[in-house]
Design a binder for this molecule. Structure first.
Ligand code: MCN
Ligand code: SMO
Length: 790
């Protein structure tokens, strides 16, 4: 059943470019991040970290550190072992091998940066000074830092509990792939590599645990995307009921996936605060962030496409090795990224046969976890490169080869080779809209002229589709109950007549106060300023997880719509009594309840006062509880899609890549706030540019991090991020309550592929193409001069 925009677009605020209500606070320096919490009475934690990639701990000498004036405690694993269990990410995937993450290393270290000793002191300065006095004797253990070597049965094991370093292994098989390849007139294949990346939020990870003395109650303030998951996880590990453990994510300065997992320092501040009965605070510095915040990508993919003469895809094969780092991250598991790579490889295309196989291999590096796009930047890079390589070989235009293979409007819902179902999304329309906006034919003519002058100018495409707002069915399938695919909204009209709506999501830059406010205001007939939207507190809702996986627009809005509808109905029943009319005669406009028949009206404070305070006015049988809790579960979620088009010029002297134009046509369903959607896409594009051209975490063969500062780890700055020309194609989702689709990750999914294709197109006259990202000047130089460098 397809719905159209008009039917849904009765809203007054949804769809409008409402200015972000949080910005006045955030831009004037009044944001309140974890580090802003008063800490005069807190103890400050500093963490002694392993400088070994894999080693046995023989001895730890802490006496000198303990003797430093102002040091209040020095702790190793044995000191806290009875208070917190290690975090073990479980999974139902067959053959999956879990690992145990201890808050402090338990006898063996598994990566450089792993916490070994925690020091508490009156100030961070004192704690850091004390760290310098700690000495640890290690016996180095053998390491296999290369994932392909580590996957070998004879490789040294990183964890004694493992049978092999392959933590997860998964395959998708559909159709007779071998037959398809045997009979195909064209087979295009290559070996691709996407290097390791980090999420690099502006705010480093930061945690503060405060205790309620005498109550054994604890509040953790955490710069996290997932306060609900952290609450449930810590409650389990510490054996503490949720009514004594509150987890609050206040203002959070970005996460990008890096703040979706539970970290050792998060466990430590809680355990140590509980142990000594005082507040404990830890603020990570940039080195600690680069060493220990979850990283991403690091995949090697050997893939090939079988095609007909007309460019039609006949089959796809992929063999993927993902380097998942030292642990299976909690709660997502080591499968989170690698499995997504093979799940989404067929993309928005019709792929009749597919064989994808992936192994996630543990190596002594920082663990990998979710990062904006989660696997799909890699799958899109590989598939889109293969398509362009095929287009070149077959002499078909890159736009045309995509058009021939994209799922067409009459083919939805379309079940992909791995069983993902694409609902009706604007795949072809996105391609058309992007090409039109780009003025493709003219751009190709200009390119031909530039080429004749010897300039290296290229145009690149990328089409992708993703699942967003995923509900319980998909969330529950890997066997990780802590990610439920639902959100909760508690909404109330209080006795002052004010509306408060609390959610389990946790805004960390997305502007949820604004967008959820828009959705609720429309449902209630209220003004956005009548509402207070509370996110990021485990105490505000019985159950919530947080914000990740481009889920909030779909799932939290859904919960909000359900709760607001019920609250509105209850408010109108009471108002009908007070105004002596029927609820059907009433409407709420701009926060005022009005009777159509008499034009009599009632404000929210008047309604609240009559109901809560003037006990005679509303008889018992007419009273209503003006507090509603609703849970929304979109069950499967919905499809979001986009086409990216980019033009680049490669400088033949510096091998630098200059992005000249960038067009995105995207379908995120019904749009709540076009300003926010545009900002999200622009930010995600910036991160895609970083992934394509600059950002690379480098470890040496011993597992030492070489990119341990922002001098070595390069991120895009304003000059590297192109102006974005964005075309919205709001194809209302048939699968979600509000018709919304998620979009917070999209730009990062498409950009690396599109840029890789554009660079390859620019360099096509030289006979080379990109198979490795980021495409740094050095890599381009080596690619172009491969003969000379032999
Ligand atoms: N939106 C909208 N209309 C739609 C879809 C979305 O107006 N049809 C709005 C939403 O209401 C929300 C924003 O766009 O305000 C993003 O919505 P959504 O796609 O639901 O994503 P989430 O809110 O769940 O945010 C998670 C997503 C992810 S997974 C990463 S990673 C990411 C991203 O958001 N990290 C971010 N964007 C980020 N933006 C900032 N500033 N910082 C991060 O760390
Ligand atoms: S990587 Mo986004 O937090 O799902």
């Amino acid at each position: 059943a397809s719905r159209d925009l008009d039917e849904l677009d009765t809203g007054k605020l949804v769809g409008k470019p409402v200015r972000r209500v949080e910005d006045a606070r955030l831009l004037s320096g009044n944001g309140r991040y974890v580090d802003d919490r008063p800490s005069a009475h807190a103890l400050h934690m500093a963490v002694f970290r392993s400088d070994q990639a894999h080693a046995r701990i023989d001895a730890i000498r802490m006496d000198a550190a303990r003797a430093v004036p102002g040091v209040r405690g020095v702790f190793v694993w044995q000191d806290i072992a009875g208070l917190i269990k290690p975090a073990v990410a479980t999974s139902r995937m067959s053959g999956y091998q879990p690992t145990a993450i201890h808050a402090l290393a338990n006898g063996v270290v598994h990566f450089v940066g792993e916490p070994v000793v925690a020091v508490l002191a009156d100030s961070r300065y004192i704690a850091e000074d004390a760290l310098e006095l700690i000495e640890v004797d290690y016996t180095p253990l053998p390491v296999a830092t290369d994932p392909e070597e580590a996957a070998h049965p004879d490789a040294p094991l990183l964890h004694a509990s493992l049978k092999s370093n392959v933590l997860v292994e998964r395959a998708f098989v559909r159709g007779e792939v071998d037959e398809a390849f045997k009979g195909a007139p064209h087979v295009i294949g290559a070996r691709f590599r996407f290097h390791r990346k980090t999420s690099l939020a502006m705010e480093n990870r930061c945690y503060m645990a405060e205790v309620e003395r005498g109550r054994d109650a604890l509040t953790l303030y955490t710069s996290s995307q997932v306060p609900g998951i952290i609450r449930d996880g810590l409650a389990n590990l510490m054996g503490m009921p949720g009514n004594r453990l509150t987890v609050i994510a206040p203002d959070v300065g970005g996460g990008f996936g890096g703040k979706t997992s539970m970290y050792q320092e998060e466990m430590l501040v809680c355990v140590l605060a509980r142990k000594i009965g005082k507040a404990v605070k830890w603020t990570g510095d940039r080195l600690e962030d680069l060493l220990s915040t979850s990283q991403a990508f690091d995949e090697r993919v050997s893939a090939s496409l079988a095609l007909g003469d007309d460019g039609q895809i006949l089959g796809l094969r992929a063999e993927v090795v993902g380097d998942v780092g030292a642990y299976s991250i909690y709660p997502w598991t080591a499968g989170i990224e690698p499995v997504q790579v093979i799940s989404f490889l067929p993309g928005p295309y019709k792929v009749p046969c597919y064989h994808g196989h992936v192994r996630g291999v543990t190596t002594p590096k920082s663990p990998t976890g979710p990062y904006r796009g989660v696997g799909r930047p890699t799958s899109t890079f590989v598939m889109e490169r293969l398509l362009d390589m095929a287009a070149l070989e077959l002499g078909i235009d890159p736009g045309e080869i995509r058009r021939r293979n994209l799922v067409r409007p009459d083919e939805f819902p379309y079940k992909t080779a791995v069983g993902i179902v694409w609902d009706r999304s604007a795949f072809i329309e996105g391609l058309d809209a992007a090409m039109e906006r780009f003025d493709y034919a003219a751009a190709r003519r200009a390119q031909a002229r530039a080429r004749a002058e010897g300039r290296w100018i290229g145009i690149g495409f990328a089409c992708y589709a993703e699942l967003s707002g995923i509900g319980s069915r998909i969330s529950a399938s890997p066997g990780m109950p802590i990610n439920t695919g639902t959100d909760t909204c508690v909404i109330q009209l209080d006795s002052t007549g004010a509306l408060t709506a609390s959610f389990g999501c946790a805004s960390h830059g997305q502007g949820h106060e604004t967008t959820l406010g828009q959705v609720l205001a429309d449902e209630l007939g209220a003004r956005i300023e009548d509402l207070r939207v509370v996110t990021g507190s485990s105490a505000a809702v019985p159950h919530g997880t947080g914000s990740y996986a481009s889920r909030t627009a779909v799932i939290s809005s859904g919960a909000g719509i359900l709760a607001a509808r019920e609250l509105r109905a209850r408010m109108l029943r009471v108002a009908a009594h007070l105004l002596n009319t029927s609820p059907e005669d009433l409407d709420i406009v701009q926060g005022v309840i009005r009777a159509r028949s008499t034009d009599a009206s009632l404000t929210f404070p008047e309604l609240a006062n009559a109901l809560y305070s003037q006990m005679g006015r509303v008889p018992a049988e007419v009273r209503e509880e003006l507090c509603v809790t609703r849970v929304y579960d979109p069950v499967v979620g919905t499809t979001s899609s986009a086409t990216h088009m980019v033009q680049v010029e490669v400088d033949p002297k510096t091998y630098g890549v200059h992005i000249q134009r960038y067009v995105i046509a995207e379908d995120c369903g019904r749009i709540i706030n076009p300003l926010i959607v545009t900002g999200q896409t622009r930010g995600a594009l910036a991160q895609g540019v970083g992934a394509a051209l600059l950002e690379e975490v480098v470890y040496d063969a011993d597992g030492q991090l070489l990119t341990a500062s922002l001098v070595d780890y390069l991120v895009p700055s304003a000059p590297e991020v192109p102006d974005l020309e964005l075309v919205h194609l709001p194809a209302v989702s048939p699968n979600t309550l509000g018709g919304f689709r998620g979009m917070g990750e999209g730009g990062t999914i498409g950009a690396p592929a599109a840029i890789a294709n554009a660079i390859s197109d620019a360099l096509a006259p030289l006979g080379v193409g990109i198979t490795e990202l980021p495409a740094t000047p050095e890599r381009l130089f080596r690619l172009i001069h491969a003969d000379r460098l032999q």
